[in-house]
Design a protein around this ligand. Structure first.
Ligand code: GUN
Length: 315
């Protein structure tokens, strides 16, 4: 069996083009462009890269973005005061607080301060509740992107058994809600699940979101399953690189110049021959996360302007 590659870059490009068209349509109707405010606290290099990528993606589709940087030593009250200002700012449709926050700052209190109708990350408790209740709100970008990928690739979900491995509030839990709403039967596993392999082998759709490079091997998949790899792991061990990507000259060249390479949670080389479809890393789920943030920001703007929102954009 040779697996079909689920191309996240192509689907993300389509979504970005749809958002760009939506922003243009607002402009033609005389409305202002959507606005996103991103808060970056401290100096985590990966977070700085993510926020920069999000800002660039906004610019490309005509969303006005601003990044508000605070030092790692900022107090919680400073952060909350800034969020209050953004909550009241009529030019800001979407607010995101890049996670993780530096130690000493309570992410849950900060996320709960974002106005739910500007919470384009879908992390506010009200939006979490709305997602589980099937009410309009915002779904987090990564699970929302996975649903878009499955929809674009016409992977059927109704009545299928989806097994998610990973129970984070950013991926596993909201994805369970979205897959249930799409009429899949969902098993939510995690690192301490007993009999994990057997659970995974019963999956029609296996979602790997455990954060361990190459953890899922052929023993975790049912022949013909669809596999979604959410892992984005930097590996710096040359032996692990060779085990996971034997003979992959391109990945090795990148590894040699940067000192690391990206690997998903799935041992792609050994799993792909057994399954019907699989997402690559990079180029699978990752590009959809940024694209969905743009979709959510346009949705927030349209709602604020009292305009209808396409059904696919709203959970
Ligand atoms: N950190 C890791 N993933 C995310 C995300 O989707 N949004 C935010 N704000 N921070 C993150």
């Amino acid at each position: 069996m040779s697996a079909r590659l689920l191309d996240g870059r192509a689907v993300a490009a389509e979504l970005r083009a749809e958002v760009a068209a939506g922003v243009e349509e607002l402009g033609r109707a005389g409305a202002r462009a959507p606005g996103l405010a991103a808060m970056l606290v401290g100096n985590d290099p990966a977070s700085a890269v993510y926020v920069r990528n999000k800002a660039r993606a906004c610019e490309e589709v005509g969303i006005r973005s601003r990044t508000l940087e605070l030092p790692a030593a900022a107090s919680e009250s400073e952060l909350l005061a800034l969020l209050d200002r953004l909550n009241e700012d009529p030019e800001v449709d979407g607010i995101l607080v890049q996670l993780p926050l530096p130690p000493g700052l309570a992410a849950d209190r900060c996320l709960a301060r974002v106005r739910p109708d500007k919470d384009v990350d879908g992390f506010h408790p009200e939006n979490v509740g709305r997602l589980w209740l099937g009410q309009p709100g915002f779904a987090p970008a990564t699970p929302g992107g996975i649903l878009e990928l499955l929809r674009h690739c016409k992977i059927p979900l109704q009545g299928r058994h989806a097994v998610i491995v990973g129970r984070s509030a950013i991926v596993g839990k909201p994805l369970a809600a979205l897959l249930l709403a799409a009429h899949a039967t969902v098993t939510l596993c995690h690192s301490r699940t007993a009999g994990l392999e057997e659970h995974c082998r019963r999956a029609d759709l296996l979602v790997a979101a455990i954060g361990r490079p190459g953890f899922f091997g052929p023993e975790h998949v049912q022949p013909g399953a669809v596999v979604i790899d959410v892992g984005i792991n930097r590996i710096a061990d040359p032996e692990l690189l060779e085990r996971l990507f034997p003979g992959d000259a391109k990945r090795r060249a990148g590894f040699e110049s940067r000192g690391w390479a990206l690997a998903g949670d799935v041992d792609f080389h050994r799993v792909a021959p057994r399954v019907a479809a699989i997402t690559p890393v990079p180029g699978g789920v990752g590009p959809l996360t940024v694209a969905m943030l743009l979709v959510n920001t346009l949705t927030a703007c349209r709602r604020r302007l009292g305009l209808p929102v396409p059904a696919a954009a709203a959970p």
